[in-house]
Design a protein around this ligand. Structure first.
Ligand SMILES: Cc1cc2nc3c(=O)[nH]c(=O)nc-3n(C[C@H](O)[C@H](O)[C@H](O)COP(=O)(O)O)c2cc1C
Length: 350
């Protein structure tokens, strides 16, 4: 049924469809349709406890999460919970609100089951998002178990020079601290000029150690993870791993989108017309899994990895978990396969 709906939705601009679909889901959730008929399932076998912190671990009702950038402003948490996600990563959040790059900035590549985006961290800013999360937390207080886990993906404003980037991460960290379950430091988006240079060891050490020090000063610390690009060389991934082990990072998200355009079925002239941006979906899967394998093998599994990149089916998710991932995230497959994707993957994992 979704295939039919998809042919209709794909007639419109991807960004417009994104908000239209989420608002429609909101209406369906409000009348109880989604919760009661589509996604009501629970499998104890999928439950896991991960990321040990000063006050215990996080409980994930299932290992399928939504990648950052889908609900940048934490506006659709109830709807996403209704769809069965075990966790949702909001953001990327920056200290000040910013509108992102000029539209159009999101493109479909149906022949490759892929997307190219150059959104540029469009978001409402840390204050507004913290307020929204606070309201969500109040609503959630009655759920003692099987709560939706929220990750806070944080970044820097476009106008902040790289030398001062650590301050932006600190601001976001402090503002969101009370409202998220774990943090992801995003230094791997290709759409903020210069951001990916922050993946070098010294910059990473500065940003991460500062956050870890602040974290340690709170009564109950939160897991801090790092999200890396699939375009790092083997040597660069090695550096990240060494640092992660040295500073005892809580985990890595592997990976973000790629700037590569290799092996695509989409004709070159269309790619040229689309222009710059991060490629996601099926074409990124293989490289993301390679990075995941490198991390798991080098760390002996001591640094937990959340797999992100090209997960469309239960088999894809299984492959990532067999490669050593503790959790998986979907994004592009949600657009191509529809909202039933979580249940489908969970069913085959269970
Ligand atoms: C439109 C779009 C926006 C994204 N925005 C962000 C973002 O703000 N922060 C981030 O860390 N990742 C962002 N991502 C990357 C995804 O979270 C994910 O890591 C990537 O798309 C690979 O997964 P996929 O192949 O399942 O889509 C974005 C992806 C897309 C398609």
């Amino acid at each position: 049924m979704y295939i039919l709906l998809r042919s209709f939705l794909f007639l419109f601009s991807p960004e417009w469809v994104h908000y239209f679909s989420m608002n429609t889901l909101r209406a369906l959730c409000a009348v109880g349709f989604i919760r009661n008929t589509i996604c009501s399932f629970f499998k104890p076998a999928l439950h896991s406890t991960l990321f040990r912190t000063s006050h215990g671990t996080l409980e994930f009702k299932n290992p399928v999460g939504l990648g950052a950038g889908f609900d940048k402003n934490a506006r659709y948490l109830r709807e996403l919970e209704c769809l069965g996600f075990g966790f949702v990563e909001i953001g990327t959040v920056t200290p000040k609100p910013q509108s992102g790059n000029e539209k159009p900035r999101l493109f479909r590549l149906p022949a490759d089951k892929a997307l190219i985006n150059r959104m540029g961290f469009n978001n409402d800013g840390a204050d507004a998002i913290a307020q929204r999360l606070h309201a969500w937390q109040i609503q959630q207080a009655r759920h003692k178990t099987n709560r939706l886990i929220i990750g806070g993906n944080i970044g820097k404003n476009k106008s902040t020079p790289n030398e001062e980037a650590w301050k932006d991460y600190e601001i976001c960290f402090k503002k969101l601290f009370d409202y998220v379950d774990y943090f992801v430091v995003n230094v791997s988006s290709p759409n903020t000029p210069g951001l990916r240079a922050l993946q070098d060891k010294d910059s990473l050490r500065q940003i991460l150690s500062n956050l870890q020090n602040i974290n340690a000063s709170y009564k109950q610390s939160k897991p801090i993870l790092l999200k890396i690009a699939p375009d790092l060389t083997t040597g660069q991934v090695e550096d990240v791993i060494e640092l992660a082990m040295e500073i005892k990072l809580d985990g890595i998200v592997a990976t973000n989108t790629t700037i590569s355009r290799e092996k695509l079925k989409t004709p070159a002239h269309i790619l040229e017309k689309i222009g710059a941006g991060g490629l996601s979906g099926k074409p990124v899967k293989e490289r993301s899994t390679e990075v995941l394998r490198q991390i798991v093998s080098k760390t002996n599994g001591t640094v937990p990895v959340i797999a992100s990149g090209g997960i469309f089916t239960g088999i894809d998710a299984m492959e990532k978990m067999q490669a050593g991932a503790v959790l998986v995230q979907v994004w592009t497959s949600f657009i191509y396969e529809g909202p039933g994707i979580v249940k489908k993957i969970c069913k085959s994992l269970g």
